[in-house]
Design a protein around this ligand. Structure first.
Ligand SMILES: Cc1cc2nc3c(=O)[nH]c(=O)nc-3n(C[C@H](O)[C@H](O)[C@H](O)COP(=O)(O)OP(=O)(O)OC[C@H]3O[C@@H](n4cnc5c(N)ncnc54)[C@H](O)[C@@H]3O)c2cc1C
Ligand code: SF4
Length: 503
């Protein structure tokens, strides 16, 4: 591919991204936050801004090494179908990343050095949307079956990507999922208005039509054992995510109205899906405080606003990031600057450098109504870790009759797996070697379960790598493509032999 037909696109066109819907309008309905339509001419112009650099730093900045200059060039020529093929060459589910990836590729785009980057994420989304609309995305069952049976446990993006790759290599794949439907955090974490579930269901139907079997409502450690799975399959992949939440263990934690983010978001997703869900209160009419500044926190803010919360404040324990790239965060590294989230644009408030001290029940009815906190300046060590604090304001009080804890995820939920021989790394993730093998023969792990809580794009890449390593374990070789990370991994150590022909 080359940019011969558009050598000066970046000089002729300024960056123009597809806008999201007006925040005031979208917060009042349940629709997706994204503008549904765009101009093809504008997208093609934006694609011509790509300079087809000799060293495509955008691809290196994308965790799955998407072939970005190739599909930019094809879009500029209106060859959307080939653009889709190039996109799918590295990414099983570009609609996930095209809608919900934070796009570190754009931070690494050469134009971002002293100009605005190419609208890579918009183009990715436009290509895959076009592919679905045109009917180009169809089931691709394998032409022959290997005779090997493979189990994957957990159906988030890592499990789904691994399943599709392993199935395409000819293995019989069954995906076991403890929830009532596949999708992992894409189904029950990301809100409907950030990623509509019909997009997920459409992909699941493609995977089913390719021959993948889904067994939902099956929890490893409760409904099936690792021994059962190993007996019935030639290899097992653990893609169980890392959903064990970090707590904020301060006085008053036991009060009613102090909840973890995930049960709150899961409930909202179930309600959005039309399910009758008893239990946890929603945010209507309440003063909501969200503890945690990341994606999960933003999703809580946006959900509470749609439920009719009176006021929603998102609290970040860390200092507000700088407005411009600091000297210790040079291009092309992922940008560490303040970016206003979509939820804040919709009316959420945010404060930084706030250390929570206690959840308080002033009225004495057993329910939280106030957050007590202190405003601080953090003192950090050379590695940037918080080691001490200077208290600038000791008694900050905020009305809080619903507190949502979105302080991140500590580790996978391995306690209930009933697999004591599974080695766990010091950070709580499932220990794997360079080939993604766990301490149990024939059992592999990938995604958040093995790398810690991360991003959709990493999970997809992990799933692809997992499939390749499991395929090599089964057959001794693999035609499945290696991702950027796998390419840097050694092949299996001495003393290992493939399973060989399936019995
Ligand atoms: C609220 C929220 C919003 C997010 N938003 C974004 C975003 O906008 N962009 C982005 O890039 N990333 C986002 N992320 C991160 C992203 O969702 C995760 O990194 C990604 O889903 C991890 O994929 P995974 O397949 O490894 O695990 P998960 O998606 O966590 O899937 C793991 C699956 O395993 C199942 N499971 C667990 N234990 C068992 C068991 N014992 N037996 C059977 N099944 C089991 C779980 O039920 C789950 O379905 C968000 C995360 C959250 C929580
Ligand atoms: S997956 Fe994310 S990082 Fe990669 S090209 Fe798409 S938006 Fe960029």
């Amino acid at each position: 591919m080359s940019s011969e037909n558009h050598p000066d696109g970046y000089l002729r066109y300024a960056r123009t991204a597809i806008p999201d819907r007006d925040p005031a309008a979208r917060v009042a309905d349940d629709g997706e936050i994204y503008a549904p339509e765009w101009s093809e001419q504008q997208l093609r112009e934006q694609a011509t801004r790509c300079m087809d650099c000799g060293v495509p730093t955008c691809s290196a900045g994308c965790p799955i090494g998407n072939l970005i200059p190739d599909w930019n060039d094809l879009v500029s020529r209106a060859d959307w179908q080939r653009a889709l093929e190039r996109l799918h060459a590295t990414n099983n589910f570009p609609e996930l990343t095209g809608y919900a990836c934070p796009a570190p590729c754009e931070d690494a785009c050469t134009l971002a050095y002293n100009d605005a980057p190419v609208t890579i994420k918009n183009l990715e989304r436009a290509i895959v949307d076009r592919g679905w609309d045109e009917g180009w995305i169809v089931p691709q069952p394998p032409s022959a079956r290997s005779g090997f049976r493979v189990a994957l446990v957990g159906s988030g993006p890592a499990g789904l990507a691994a399943a599709q790759q392993l199935n395409r290599a000819g293995h019989r794949v069954t995906v076991y999922e403890r929830d009532d439907a596949p999708g992992g955090l894409v189904r029950y974490g990301l809100p409907e208005f950030k990623f509509a579930k019909w997009r997920l269901d459409r992909r699941i139907r493609q995977l089913q039509a390719e021959g993948i079997v889904f067994r939902s409502g099956m929890e490893l450690g409760r409904d099936l054992s690792l021994e059962d799975l190993r007996r019935e399959h030639h290899a097992v992949g653990l893609t169980i995510g890392a959903q064990h939440p970090r707590d904020v263990p301060i006085p008053g934690r036991e009060l009613a109205g102090v909840l973890f983010a995930m049960p709150y978001l899961t409930r909202a997703n179930r309600v959005a899906a039309g399910q009758a869900v008893p239990g946890e209160p929603d945010a209507a009419g309440r003063s909501v405080v969200v503890l945690g500044g990341g994606d999960t926190g933003a999703d809580c803010v946006a959900t509470a606003l749609r439920q009719g919360a009176e006021r929603v404040i998102q609290i970040g324990i860390n200092d507000k990031p700088p407005a411009h790239r600091p000297a210790d965060n040079p291009w092309p590294l992922p940008l560490k600057v303040y970016k206003q989230s979509y939820a804040q644009k919709e009316g959420g408030e945010e404060v930084f450098s706030i250390n929570s001290v206690a959840f308080v029940d002033e009225s004495g009815d057993g329910r939280v109504d106030t957050l007590r906190a202190e405003r601080v300046r953090w003192i950090r060590d050379d590695a940037g870790r918080r080691v001490d604090r200077e208290v600038l304001e000791p008694d900050v009080r905020m009305p809080a009759d619903l507190v949502l804890i979105a302080a991140g995820f500590a580790r996978p939920e391995t306690d209930t797996l009933d697999a004591p021989e599974l080695a766990i790394a010091t950070d709580g993730t499932i220990h794997t070697d360079a080939c993604m093998a766990t301490s149990i023969p024939g059992v592999f792990a990938g995604g958040d379960a093995a790398m810690g809580h991360s991003l959709l794009v990493w999970a997809i890449g992990e799933g692809r790598d997992l499939a390749r390593h499991m395929d090599i374990h089964l057959t001794g070789h693999s035609a499945l493509p290696a991702s950027l990370r796998t390419r840097n991994r050694p092949l299996r150590a001495d003393g290992w032999a493939p399973l060989g022909a399936a019995g």
